[in-house]
Design a binder for this molecule. Structure first.
Ligand SMILES: *Cc1c(COP(=O)(O)O)cnc(C)c1O
Length: 369
C-alpha cells in the first residue's frame, strides 16, 4: 500500500475558526485577567448549566481533578464500587482519595456497570458507586440508583464521555448525586484541557462551596485558609475555548453522526463484528465508534498492528483493564471481572471525528471484510 499522506488517528481535536477564538482572547490582553475565575470562567459556567440542564456546575483544570476532588468533597471512607473497563483516571481518583476500589463487572452489550452483579459486592464498608458512562453509553441508572438508595450509597458518575447527552429528554448530568465531565482535547467537546462537576445544590447542600475551596487551595478569605485544598482552577484561555466551541458543538455532533452511521451501515452485516449498543432513550453524542471483534473470526491485535503500519491508528479502548494495570495488579484481580476482560480483548475504537472522509471510513471498514 502507498504511504498515506495524512495520518489518521482515533480522533482529532475539534477547533473553532481561529478568528472566533482570537476575538475572545484578544480581550485578555486588555484586562490581564487570565485565570482565577475570571469573566470567561463565569460565563462558561452559566452557559454549561443551560447546556447540561443542571442547576450547578463547577469548572476544573481537567476531568481527572474534577473527579478526584468531587470524591474528596463527599468525605467518603471505605469501599467504592466501580468498573475496570474505563480510562485509568476513574480508578486513580478513587485510590488517590484513600478509598478501596471494588470492581464490578460490565455488560457485554455496552461496557457499562452490570447492575445484576452490583448488590453482591456491597459490604458494610461500601460508601459509594462510581459508574462510568463508557463511550457515552449511559449506564442503567435506574437500577443502579435504586440499589444505591436501598443501601444508602452515593452515586457519582464518571460522565467524561457523555457531554451533551440526554436520557428520556433530561440531561445526563441530572443523574445520581453528581457527574464529572472531561473537556480534554480528545473528547467530543473540549476546552483544550478542562473538566466540570455537574450537580444540584438543592440535593447535595454545601457541595458547591466544598468544590470551590478544594480547587482553590482551601482559601476562604484574603487571610484565611481553612481547608487543605488543591489547585485545579480552569484558566481564561481554556474557558474562552470552551465558549467558542460550545457554539459549534451541535454541528460537530451532526458530523460525528454521519461518520458513525456510515460505519454502522458498512459493518453491521459483517460476521464477527459487533457494534456496541447504546440506549434507545439516549440522544447519543457519537463520541466514540467502539466495535467488538469475535476472536473466532478476527485477531484484534493483528488488525490493529496492520492498521497502524498503514498510517491509521484506532485504539484498544479499554485495554488493559484498570485492574490489570501494573500499579493495581497486586491489589486487584482481573479475573473478578470476566466480561470486562473478554471485552478488553475484543474492542477496537475506530477513528471518528466530524471531518473524517467517507473514502477513509470505507477504507477502514475494508480491514474487516
Ligand atoms: C478523559 C477521561 C477522564 C479524565 O479526564 P481528563 O480531562 O483527561 O483529566 C476520566 N475518565 C474517563 C472515562 C475519561 O475518558
Amino acid at each position: 500500500m502507498s504511504e498515506r499522506k495524512e495520518k489518521i488517528f482515533v480522533t482529532r481535536a475539534s477547533l473553532p475558526p481561529f478568528e472566533e477564538y482570537e476575538a475572545l482572547i484578544r480581550r485578555l490582553w486588555d484586562t490581564h485577567f487570565i485565570t482565577n475565575m475570571g469573566p470567561y470562567h463565569k460565563e462558561l459556567r452559566e452557559k454549561l448549566k443551560a447546556k447540561l440542564g443542571v442547576p450547578d456546575i463547577e469548572l476544573f483544570v481537567n476531568g481527572h481533578m474534577a473527579l478526584e476532588l468531587l470524591i474528596q468533597a463527599f468525605s467518603l471512607k471505605g469501599e467504592v464500587i466501580t468498573t475496570p473497563f474505563t480510562f485509568v483516571s476513574t480508578t486513580h481518583a478513587i485510590v488517590r482519595n484513600g478509598l478501596k476500589p471494588v470492581m464490578c463487572d460490565v455488560k457485554e452489550s455496552d461496557g457499562t456497570l452490570d447492575p445484576e452483579k452490583l448488590e453482591a459486592l456491597i459490604t458494610k464498608d461500601t460508601c459509594a458507586i462510581v459508574p462510568v458512562h463508557v463511550y457515552g453509553n449511559v449506564c442503567d441508572n435506574e437500577r443502579i440508583e435504586k440499589i444505591a438508595k436501598k443501601h444508602g450509597l452515593k452515586v457519582i458518575y464518571d460522565a467524561a464521555h457523555a457531554f451533551g447527552e440526554t436520557v428520556d429528554g433530561k440531561g445526563v448530568a441530572t443523574l445520581g448525586d453528581a457527574s464529572m465531565f472531561s473537556f480534554h482535547a480528545t473528547k467530543a467537546y473540549n476546552t483544550i484541557e478542562g473538566g466540570a462537576v455537574a450537580f444540584d445544590e438543592g440535593r447535595t447542600p454545601g457541595l458547591a462551596d466544598r468544590l470551590y475551596k478544594l480547587k482553590n487551595f482551601g482559601i476562604t478569605g484574603k487571610e484565611s485558609i481553612e481547608f487543605v485544598g488543591a489547585n485545579a482552577k480552569m484558566n481564561e484561555f481554556a474557558a474562552a475555548m470552551g465558549l467558542v466551541n460550545l457554539n459549534h458543538f451541535e454541528e460537530w455532533i451532526a458530523g460525528r453522526k454521519r461518520v458513525y452511521e456510515r460505519y454502522v451501515r458498512n459493518l453491521s452485516t459483517v460476521k464477527g463484528v459487533r457494534v456496541l449498543e447504546h440506549r434507545s432513550d439516549v440522544t447519543y453524542n457519537y463520541a466514540y465508534m467502539p466495535i467488538a471483534l469475535d476472536s473466532e473470526c478476527f485477531d484484534r491485535d493483528e488488525i490493529y498492528e496492520r492498521m497502524v503500519a498503514d498510517g491509521i491508528t484506532p485504539r484498544k479502548y479499554f485495554y488493559p483493564l484498570t485492574n490489570d494495570c501494573e500499579c493495581y495488579r497486586d491489589v486487584l484481580d482481573v479475573n473478578d471481572t470476566p466480561v470486562a476482560l473478554k471485552l478488553s480483548h475484543e474492542v477496537l475504537t475506530l477513528p471518528i471525528y466530524p471531518e473524517l472522509k467517507d473514502e477513509v471510513i470505507d477504507e477502514i471498514c475494508d480491514y474487516f471484510s
